[in-house]
Design a protein around this ligand. Sequence first.
Ligand SMILES: C[C@@H](NC(=O)[C@@H](C)NC(=O)CCCC[C@H](NC(=O)C[NH3+])C(=O)[O-])C(=O)O
Length: 351
Amino acid sequence: PTLPDPSLTGVLAVQKQAMAAGAPGALTRIDSGATVHKLSMGKADRAAGTVMDADRRFRVGSVSKSFTTVVLMQLVAEGRLDLDAPANDYLPRALPDDRITVRHLLSHRSGLWDYTNDMFYHTVPGFESVRNKVFTYQELIDLSTAHAPANEPGAAYSYSNTNFVVLGQMIEHITGLPMATQYEQRIFKPLGLRNTSYVHPRTTLTGSYARGYVRDDDTTLPLVDSTEQTVSWAQSAGAVISSSSDLNRFFAAVVTGKLLAPEQLREMMSMVPVNADGTQSYGLGLRGRELSCGVTVYGHTGTVQGYYTYAFTTADGKRRMTSMANTSNNGTVNSILGGTLEAAFCGTDPT
Ligand SMILES: C[C@@H](NC(=O)[C@@H](C)NC(=O)CCCC[C@H](NC(=O)C[NH3+])C(=O)[O-])C(=O)O
């Protein structure tokens, strides 16, 4: 089906509402065939008064999970591991349950507790206590396995950062190479993603970037500049830095088979509904969203201190959109920002 044209007034209205709800700034980039739309407003740096622009780099949070998945699925294609084998076959230290498979980790069905639930129970104190910390994968996994699992392996979808920390440890254990090298050699370099990097545990962003501001649980308190952090609490689950242009190019490359063989792409895009009306689904390290105009888009969302991201493409890669607002711990901003999907892919206005 041909998609309606994007509604640029719709994107601007969504971004304006996101700012009214507390985001210092917002950016959106739509690539529709050869046409590029770049929309931005507000501030990239509140103290300096620097205006936002759509080319700035930012922390993408869980969109990193799709990058980690591509690396892992390439290893599957190379015969280095089997999706339905026990994860314990490929780890330096066994998880408590041998029934957890690699696929369970990729689809958030392992039941492994998400250690960030405790780590960030109090948003700003939790952030301040880890922002300069460097964790090993094992330390994060141990934080998780100190808790009972959320469900039996395979029994339910329960989103957990722990799953993708285990997958990062698994990839390094199998290949003997750091995730940074894997991302660079298998994705960043082949696709020419010059504004994408994995610099864990370095805390600074380079080049032109947006600063991020996390909101305190006490919303009467000022925003906290959360731009510099190791993101060691997330690593292969959330530490990639990228840009709207690079994320649009990445997801188009994924769905058009530039990074994965057909069998592995089919596995990654085999979606399971995760909400009551089935409009939201999860495949392997990939979110699916069915929009009001009947099109399903594929990609990932991201939430890291100071940054909300939506990065999605149509199944044929012809239209893709990345949207970011530089605040977090503000559910209103996050759900408002999701309105850019409707504007970009269905041409609707949020009026
Ligand atoms: C949901 C999202 N997940 C991610 O991007 C991962 C990497 N982020 C998180 O798990 C949230 C960490 C806390 C953020 C903090 N929140 C709190 O501290 C809450 N007390 C904040 O909002 O800055 C996804 O998959 O789409």
